[in-house]
Write a protein that binds this ligand. Structure first.
Ligand SMILES: [Zn+2]
Length: 367
């Protein structure tokens, strides 16, 4: 860790908070504790603590060198599902999105329970008048994005998920891989402006909302493979907050680094570090914008760990750390959480994944 950089960063945060407290405290809003207008939730799929450190060593040669590792709030999250100590992405994303534990494979319906749809935090934000969006590097109908905007007994029915997303929940913005039940015609039928490459995405304006970027016909390529004419996660993220922030009502945005999980399933440290670094880049561009738009809360976490990754020692910048994998599946290890901005203090204690929802719910419904 570079202590000087950390201290500078901390000073910046402290100064920012002091400014905010002075500004809003004098207006008497919420007792001088402004609640965030915008919430951006980053989920690194399959990203445990070792995955973060691996990315950090490769990018910086340091254990704590990535953008979000500098955030003032760091805690840990338990991830078990209703029917298994090792969760899948559907149950984990449902827990974060709805505050309820469900069985593996279930998307935001009460199983166990009466099988009824569980309102997601994205749907609540939309109901409250906020702009809402989802960005991912997996196909848009994959489990993590789906749990925020669809309600299904099984994560496998891509077409039903796409229909519910587009015609039911209808987020203002959906950027990710296409296919798997999602297609341009279906989205256009629901009133979406559809783009299929980076150039099209860059040209989108606020007037085009709702918009759907469908980049490819399945998951997007790994960073290591190259993206061709498709946008990187950091570029999709930047475009998303630029579009959604043009309204004064605030927004809720979920950003998933979805292929971290896939690289970990393959026990491929080379693929993995590039995915983690791009995920960090997406958070960095967001932070650079948010520090000047101070009513923005950034939360970074994971749905579960994948691979049982352990690192043997450290590594120099540009060198892959020595990886020891214990499984090609998920594990029940705790995952890290990092937060910055107004409301971030609430994430200080170690949490269960359902409590991420509890805190976000309180923030959104605070008078
Ligand atoms: Zn997985």
């Amino acid at each position: 860790m570079n202590p000087f950089r950390y201290r500078k960063f901390t000073l910046l945060i402290v100064a920012g908070f002091a400014f905010l407290l002075g500004l809003f405290g004098s207006c008497g809003l919420n007792g001088g504790d402004p609640s965030p207008r915008n919430i951006i939730l980053f989920i690194g799929d399959g990203m445990g603590e070792a995955q973060v450190r691996a990315g950090s060593y490769y990018a910086t040669g340091m254990e704590v060198g990535l953008s979000f590792q500098q955030f003032p709030v760091c805690s840990r999250v338990t991830t078990f599902s209703a029917d298994n100590s090792i969760t899948d992405s559907a149950a984990a994303a449902t827990a974060i999105a709805t505050g309820k534990k469900v069985n593996n494979g279930v998307l935001s319906v009460a199983i166990p329970g009466d099988g009824k749809p569980l309102e997601t935090i994205l749907e609540l934000a939309k109901k409250q008048g906020k702009r809402v969006g989802i960005v991912t590097t997996t196909s848009l109908t994959h489990a993590t994005p789906a749990a925020f905007a669809a309600h299904q007994l099984s994560r496998t029915d891509g077409f039903a998920i796409a229909q519910q997303m587009l015609y039911g929940t209808k987020p203002d913005l959906l950027f990710g891989g296409g296919g798997e039940g999602m297609d341009p015609a279906l989205a256009q039928g629901a009133g979406y402006r559809v783009v299929t490459n980076k150039q099209g995405m860059v040209g989108l304006t606020f007037e085009d909302l709702p918009v759907s970027g469908q980049f490819g016909i399945s998951h997007m390529p790994y960073e290591y493979e190259g993206l061709g004419d498709l946008p990187h996660l950091s570029e999709m993220t930047r475009k998303a907050f630029e579009l959604l922030s043009q309204d004064t009502v605030g927004f809720f945005l979920v950003v998933e680094g979805g292929r971290i999980d896939h690289a970990a399933h393959r026990n491929d440290i080379q693929l993995l570090v590039r995915e983690v670094i791009e995920f960090s880049r997406a958070i960095e561009v967001t932070f650079r914008w948010a520090k000047d738009n101070s009513r923005t809360l950034i939360v970074v976490t994971s749905d579960h760990e994948t691979g049982g990754l352990q690192l043997q020692g450290s590594s120099e910048k540009g060198q892959l750390p020595e990886a020891h994998w214990t499984t090609t599946g998920h594990t029940g290890m705790v995952v890290p959480l990092y937060a910055w901005g107004p409301g971030s203090e609430s994430f200080k204690a170690n949490l269960d994944n359902t409590e991420i929802h509890t805190i976000l719910y309180d923030i959104l419904t605070k008078p």
